[in-house]
Design a protein around this ligand. Sequence first.
Ligand SMILES: Cc1cc2nc3c(=O)[nH]c(=O)nc-3n(C[C@H](O)[C@H](O)[C@H](O)COP(=O)(O)OP(=O)(O)OC[C@H]3O[C@@H](n4cnc5c(N)ncnc54)[C@H](O)[C@@H]3O)c2cc1C
Length: 340
Amino acid sequence: MVKTDVVVIGAGPAGIFAVHQLGIIGLKAEVVDNLDKIGGQCIELYPDKPIYDIPAVPECSGESLTKNLLEQIKPFKTNFHLNERVEEIIKEEKNWKITTNKKKIFLAPNIIIAGGVGSFEPRKFTIKEAEKFENKGIFYSIKDKNYFKNKKICIFGGGDSALDWAVELSKLAEVTLVHRRNEFRGSGHSAEVARDLEKKGKLKIKTPFQISSIEGENKIESITIKNENGTTEKIITDYLLGFFGLIMKLGPIAEWGLNLDKKHIPVNTENFQTNKEGIFAIGDICTYPGKLKLILSGFHEGALAARACFKLARPNEKYKFEFTTTSKNVKERLGVKKID
Ligand SMILES: Cc1cc2nc3c(=O)[nH]c(=O)nc-3n(C[C@H](O)[C@H](O)[C@H](O)COP(=O)(O)OP(=O)(O)OC[C@H]3O[C@@H](n4cnc5c(N)ncnc54)[C@H](O)[C@@H]3O)c2cc1C
C-alpha cells in the first residue's frame, strides 16, 4: 500500500502541473495513468503538432510541452504508475482508498482527478476468440520489442502506429501487415517505407483484408483473413498486434458517486472540489460556468486544487501563500542551490 498526500489520476498536462503546485507547497503526490506514457492528449493525439497558446511559450509541440512539464517537477521525484487505471475509490476514515486494475492500493486524504476525456483504451479485435488470447498472443501496445524477436507476427491497422511498428519489427521478426483498405491512413512517409520493405521482401502486406478467425487452443497457431470478395488466406503466426486507434471512455470515474454533468465533473471554482470532500477535478474533465477546455485552464485549476489539498494533508498546519521568487521554503523544495 502506498501512502501519500495526494493521488493524481491522469498524467496529462493538468495532472503534471498539479504535481508541481503540490510540490512547491510541500505535498507529495503519486500519479496514476492508464496509458503507457506520460502526457495525456498532448502525447497520445498530437505529439508533433504546434501549440501556440501556452503562456510565455510562443510555440511548442505536445511532446516538448510534456518534456518541459516533467523537467519542472524533477525536484519532487514523483512516482508515475503507468498502464494502471484507477478502478475504485472508497472512503476509509480520513483517507481515500484508491485501487487500480492491477490491485495497487493508495491511501491519501486527497485525490485530484485530472482524467481529461476519460481513459484512453485501445479499440480491440471484435471476433470472439480474441478475448481468450488477450495479453497472451494478442497485444494492443508494445512494451519491449525484443519480446517478438525471431517470431511470426501479424500487425493489424492502417494508421501510423501499425505502419511504424510494422517497419520497426520487420528488423527483428517475420511481419505481415494486414489492413482492411488498400490505402493506409498513416503518414505518407511511413506508408512509403512499408511498401519499400515489401518490395525488398522484408515485410508482407495484405490489403484489403480483415481477420475472420484465430486458430489454436492454448496459443495462437494461425489466423484466417478474408477480403471483400470472400477470398480467404491462412497465415501461420505466433502473435497478433492490433493498432486500431483509441476510444475515450469516462470509464470507472462514472462509478465513484461523483455528481456528473454529461461526461464531466462539476466543481466549484474556489478550489475545484467536487461534491466529495477531498476529491478535486481539474483540466478537461471538470466543468463550471465558463469552462474553457484549454491547457492553461488546467494549470490554473491545478494551482487552486493543490492549495485546497493542503488543508486535509496537513490539518495541524496553516497554509501560507508564498511567491516562488522570494520563498526560501519553495527554493529548498526545488533544490535551488543559491538561496538569497
Ligand atoms: C488535436 C488537439 C489539439 C489541441 N490543441 C490545443 C491547443 O492548441 N491549446 C490548448 O490549450 N489545448 C489544446 N488541446 C486540448 C488539450 O490537449 C487538453 O485541454 C488537455 O490535454 C487536457 O489536459 P488534461 O490533463 O485535463 O487531460 P488529458 O490530456 O486528456 O489527460 C488525461 C489523462 O488521464 C488518464 N485517465 C483518465 N481516466 C483514468 C483512470 N481512471 N485511471 C488512470 N488514468 C486515467 C488518461 O489516460 C489521460 O492520459 C488540443 C486537443 C486536441 C485533441
